[in-house]
Design a protein around this ligand. Structure first.
Ligand SMILES: [Zn+2]
Length: 194
């Protein structure tokens, strides 16, 4: 199998019914294609499924980093940076800005994009911007239990919500140390390390 083809199903097994006509879908390779797709057994619509983009921000205020504790599953109760699914009609940076407002009730100035993390098993790509929180004004949005500023030494590494969040925070702190602003491309493991 070529390295570029992932070793997991390309078809989302959760899809059972055609969104065009409501009949059942099946998994098959369409003519001229090279991988399994969800195809409607009645109207023939091919339902292409592609990765979703999650945009996030590492907000910094005077050397401290703003983290949110999740109030929703998955990983309820664990810490994250503000991040969420990009919406149609917005840019990556606008998505990061919006998520930071919705989850942390914080107005940040979005800075450079510094990391892109492939999350193959979830069918997602997570991208992270740096952000400047001019004033220490923040709160808990609807999906957040609490929001706090952490000194780098106090980051709760063993209580982070997702591997990509650890990657983003590690990379962010590395940039602060080294000044190397090159965008970092990484792949997230399936499970979080402590
Ligand atoms: Zn159909």
């Amino acid at each position: 199998m070529p390295a570029s083809v992932p070793d997991h199903p390309a078809v989302n097994e959760a899809m059972q019914y055609c969104s065009a006509c409501g009949k059942t879908v099946t998994s098959a390779i369409p003519d001229g294609d090279n991988r399994l797709r969800a195809i409607c057994t009645a109207c023939g619509t091919v339902h292409y499924q592609n990765p979703k983009i999650v945009a996030g921000c590492v907000p910094e205020h005077e050397g401290q980093i703003l983290l949110c504790r999740r109030a929703i599953e998955p990983r309820c109760g664990f810490w994250t940076v503000p991040a969420g699914f990009m919406e149609l009609g917005e840019t990556l940076a606008e998505a990061a800005l919006r998520e930071t407002w919705e989850e942390a009730l914080a107005r940040v100035e979005i800075g450079p994009l510094f990391a892109a993390v492939d999350v193959i098993h979830a069918g997602q790509v997570h991208v992270f911007f740096s952000g400047v929180l001019a004033r220490p004004e923040f709160g808990a949005g609807a999906e957040t239990i609490e929001t706090r500023l952490f000194l780098p030494a106090d980051i709760p590494w063993s209580e982070l919500a997702f591997p990509s969040i650890r990657i983003a925070l590690e990379r962010y702190l590395e940039i602060r140390r080294t000044g190397n602003q090159l965008v970092y491309l990484a792949s997230a493991p399936r499970s979080i390390r402590g």
